[in-house]
Design a protein around this ligand. Structure first.
Ligand code: HEM
Length: 535
């Protein structure tokens, strides 16, 4: 009798689980498909369990098989970078439904709908949760927080990114760029006066330095050691990210996973020590303001306010990881694409150089006031962010059933906002949408597009817009200005134009660029100190 009951209970449980699975993996997706079809929204057919991930991967792999054809006059890279989006948009129009496994994802490129999602109805949408591997890297900081916790953290950290604070970084970051340029010059001098550099690698040194100073300020040296470990961890994660995602794989004690856990532990340990040391210094001085305005100082200061703040040491550790992750590769990608575009378009390189030489003091690192006057360089950076936005897309998730543009979007639906597609849309930006034409930004961002509804959103939109935007643009302007003062550059014959997405938009085969230091100009201007002139 007992066994009979047990068997019957087991059968009932199995039947329940099977029914639940069928509901989640089959019936619900079919109902959602029918629901959207009633509004005229269609897309590739849902397939059991996998959704349309297989077709998506096949489209992306096929698109990345060949680089863009030479000569590189057009920047119509969307079909390569977001191949699945480009392919299905042609069939189903600008709003369509795709499936990430059993999760529905609505692709939305209409600017008015994007405004609803990110501005007017933003309360109905959450940032979506990243891939677990990415989450481990990005930390549980500002990027992934939600609700009140996010709002409080954002308020605490915002002062670190005020221009008055950031301008203090200029001489330090400038020095890092000058040191980098000196190394290139040394390498060039050892050969024929020219040197081939993979800029996508080198720019990471500059952006790592800037983010380390923003995060750790007075504890720069200790912070640098921590972020070195974080770089190693990032390399592991990028490699893992390239491979097919197997649920649970990251918990297996493989050699790579074990090394990555060890690194993570070490990073945490070092950060905790660093925070403790800074905290002690503050306690000794008995004044909280001794923390300084770097991210670490602001967080420690907030954590000392026991009444309104609930920031723990663990939160600070996670936030440091977040900022390193969010701030390093994004900005180095912007620098990489800007350099590649200026190498492809020498007429704009020359215009930008002339402006830099006219505005900046030839012997010093450009000041904040001088950077503000570099209008052409500002236009070039904007045009680069339009054509090659480092974050090519973002995703939101409906927190509840919500109406959007006259269509009911069921709770749990994800919304894919293809930033690059919005920037490349000829209806919004004109027939030359895929051409490099910085002049379109001559009268400011608001007047750059042909259509008043157009969106320029490389840093996102609304309350969750990038907190590091000012830092990124300042760093990029400073770096490109210093390089323009010292070098002329062109694409290497080894360069293959192949933008592709691996978390961010990056050059699939690197970005080899040939730099030549121009002796005539160098005599006139740049940041050369006397001992360098003779080398
Ligand atoms: C060219 C460089 C950069 C680009 C293109 C970029 C892009 C973006 C975008 C598109 C978002 C919004 C994502 C969304 O709405 O889903 C974002 C958010 C964020 N970015 Fe950046 N970013 C850059 C540089 C930086 C830097 C230098 C830092 C930090 C030092 C940073 C830290 C963050 C953080 C913390 C968030 C989350 C903000 C929040 O949710 O409150 N970013 N970024």
């Amino acid at each position: 009798m007992g066994w009979g009951w047990t068997a019957a209970a087991a059968v009932a449980v199995a039947a329940y689980v099977a029914a639940k699975l069928m509901e989640v993996l089959w019936w619900r997706p079919r109902r959602v498909e029918e629901h959207f079809a009633r509004y005229g929204i269609r897309g590739p057919r849902y397939r059991f369990f996998v959704g349309c991930v297989r077709e998506m991967v096949a489209l992306m792999v096929a698109a990345s098989a060949n680089p863009m054809p030479r000569p590189y006059r057009s920047h119509n890279v969307l079909p390569r970078v977001l191949a699945f989006y480009h392919h299905w948009r042609k069939i189903y129009g600008s709003t369509f439904l795709i499936w990430f496994g059993p999760t529905p994802r609505l692709a939305v490129a209409d600017p008015d709908l994007i405004r609803e999602i990110m501005l007017s109805r933003a309360d109905h949408f959450d940032r979506y949760e990243s891939h677990p591997m990415v989450r481990q890297l990005e930390g549980e900081g500002l990027v992934s927080l939600r609700g009140d916790k996010w709002a409080h953290r954002r308020k605490v950290l915002t002062p670190a990114f005020h221009m008055d604070n950031l301008k203090l970084l200029l001489p330090f970051v400038g020095k890092t760029v000058v040191d980098m340029a000196d190394k290139w010059r040394g390498m060039a001098a050892a050969t024929s006066g020219e040197v081939e550099i993979d800029v996508s690698e080198w720019f990471q040194v500059v952006t790592e330095d800037a983010i380390t100073r923003t995060a750790f300020g007075q504890s720069y040296e200790d912070g640098k050691a921590v972020f070195k470990l974080q770089t190693q961890l990032m390399a592991f994660a990028s490699e893992a990210f390239r491979k097919v995602f197997i649920p649970g794989y990251r918990f297996l004690p493989t050699r790579k996973n074990t090394s990555s856990w060890k690194l993570d532990k070490e990073i945490r340990k070092n950060l905790v020590t660093l925070i403790g040391r800074r905290q002690e210094a503050v306690d000794d001085e008995k004044k909280v303001d001794g923390c300084g305005k770097d991210l670490l100082g602001l967080m420690i200061k907030a954590s000392n306010d026991k009444v309104s703040s609930h920031i723990t040491v663990n939160d600070i550790v996670e936030e440091c990881k977040t900022f390193f992750f969010a701030g390093k590769q994004t900005t180095s990608n912007l620098l990489t694409w800007t350099t590649v575009l200026l190498a492809m378009h020498p007429e704009w390189q020359e215009r930008a150089r002339k402006e830099v030489l006219d505005v900046c003091d030839p012997h010093d690192i450009p000041t904040r006031e001088q950077l503000a006057k570099l209008k052409t360089l500002g236009m070039i950076l904007n045009e680069t962010l339009r054509l090659y936005p480092p974050a090519v897309a973002t995703v939101r998730r409906a927190k509840s059933d919500v109406e959007l543009g006259g269509c009911l979007v069921p709770r749990g639906t994800e919304l894919l906002i293809p930033i690059m597609a919005v920037h490349h849309d000829a209806r919004l930006w004109g027939a030359d949408a895929t051409q490099f034409n910085p002049a379109r930004f001559a009268d400011g961002v608001a007047r750059a597009a042909k259509h008043p509804a157009a969106l320029f959103i490389p840093f996102g939109l609304g309350a969750r817009m990038c907190i590091g935007q000012n830092l990124a643009l300042m760093e990029a302007k400073l770096t490109v200005a210093i390089i323009l003062q010292r070098f002329e550059f062109r694409l290497s014959p080894n360069y293959l134009h192949a933008p592709t997405v691996l978390m961010l938009l990056h050059p699939q085969y690197g970005a080899p660029v040939i730099f030549r230091s121009d002796p005539i100009r160098l005599k006139l201007c740049p940041l050369l100190r006397p001992h360098e002139q003779s080398s």
